[in-house]
Design a protein around this ligand. Structure first.
Ligand SMILES: Cc1cc2nc3c(=O)[nH]c(=O)nc-3n(C[C@H](O)[C@H](O)[C@H](O)COP(=O)(O)OP(=O)(O)OC[C@H]3O[C@@H](n4cnc5c(N)ncnc54)[C@H](O)[C@@H]3O)c2cc1C
Ligand code: FES
Length: 264
């Protein structure tokens, strides 16, 4: 784990009004590149960093590592309408410096027998899965991405990924939730990786088609320290209490006691 003062390479607004029909209102989706080669060199898909978001935020905020290159890491983030930290982040300009520490947590793991990977992203859940997909393609895995959003605003996805879209308003792809499409892709997948909102996971946990499949999910809960010190991120699992920041954020879908988990 490293604490770094990273220079902002770029900070670009990608989409407006990413999601307007769920709480809280999201203002926009942003992509920020940060000069932090030391974190980029060691980061694994599914890991995250804690970012100090200015004087108004006493606690750092967690963000998934979305992309890496030889210069640094990218964060892909939604600015919450009433979010102090994400609004502060969106006001950073090229050349500003940001304090962050990481990389943190356990990322996704791929079994040696896996050939076909099925990724399921709900909304901003694309953030860590995009990194996973790019790494998987380098290793010659076959990658299918089911990507559900509320409307047609999306990230450009590599053409090597088989992309299946669902939008709640029907502007692109299937009209409805991405989990509606999941059953038809399960058989061809050796392993499944998901990142999205809690209702998506609760739905997946009830799907009979997934009962015998290895499914890893990345969990989002409120975090204070990110280091296993405050216990603020503790969740109940079938194998006891776990801290999302150090034991996760990636868990097996069927290990979590979903009924005990409440939304942020
Ligand atoms: C491991 C991990 C990885 C994450 N990766 C990403 C990522 O890649 N991109 C990204 O955009 N976000 C990510 N998040 C969520 C991100 O940390 C929060 O959106 C951020 O902390 C909000 O900070 P804020 O100061 O803007 O909002 P706050 O001022 O803390 O909260 C503002 C309002 O938003 C609500 N809120 C806070 N967090 C969330 C949330 N996650 N979802 C819905 N409502 C929320 C609060 O209850 C409050 O009402 C991740 C979280 C975790 C735990
Ligand atoms: S956030 Fe403090 S223990 Fe996990």
């Amino acid at each position: 784990m490293k604490q770094v003062l990273a220079t902002v390479i770029s900070n670009e607004k990608l989409f407006l009004e990413f999601c307007l029909n769920e709480r809280p209102k999201y203002l926009a989706t942003w992509l920020m590149w940060l000069d932090s080669p030391e974190i980029a060199a060691e980061a694994k898909p599914g890991q995250f960093v804690m970012v100090n978001c200015g004087e108004e935020c006493t606690l750092p905020r967690p963000f998934s590592i979305h992309q890496v290159n030889d210069k640094g890491i990218a964060l892909f983030y939604v600015v919450l309408a009433d979010g102090k930290g994400t609004n502060w982040l969106s006001r950073r300009k090229k050349g500003d410096t940001i304090e962050l520490f990481g990389q943190l947590g356990n990322g996704f793991t791929t079994q040696s027998t896996t050939k076909n990977m099925l990724l399921i992203a709900g909304g901003i859940g694309i953030a860590p899965l995009y990194f996973l997909a790019r790494e998987a393609l380098k290793e010659k895995y076959s990658v299918t991405l089911l990507y559900g959003t509320t409307d047609n605003k999306r990230l450009p996805i590599s053409s090597q990924i088989k992309l299946v879209s669902a939008t709640e308003d029907g502007t692109v792809g299937y009209r409805g939730k991405i989990t509606d499409l999941l059953p038809q892709y399960v058989d061809q997948a050796d392993q499944i990786f998901a990142c999205g909102p809690l209702p998506m996971y609760k739905k997946m946990a009830q799907m009979l088609e997934l009962k015998d499949k290895p499914v890893q999910i990345s969990l989002e809960v409120r975090m204070a320290c990110g280091l296993g010190i405050c216990y603020g991120c503790t969740i109940k699992t079938k194998v006891g209490l776990k801290q999302v920041c150090t034991d996760g954020p990636v868990f097996n879908l069927n290990d979590i006691l979903w009924d005990e988990l409440v939304d942020i």
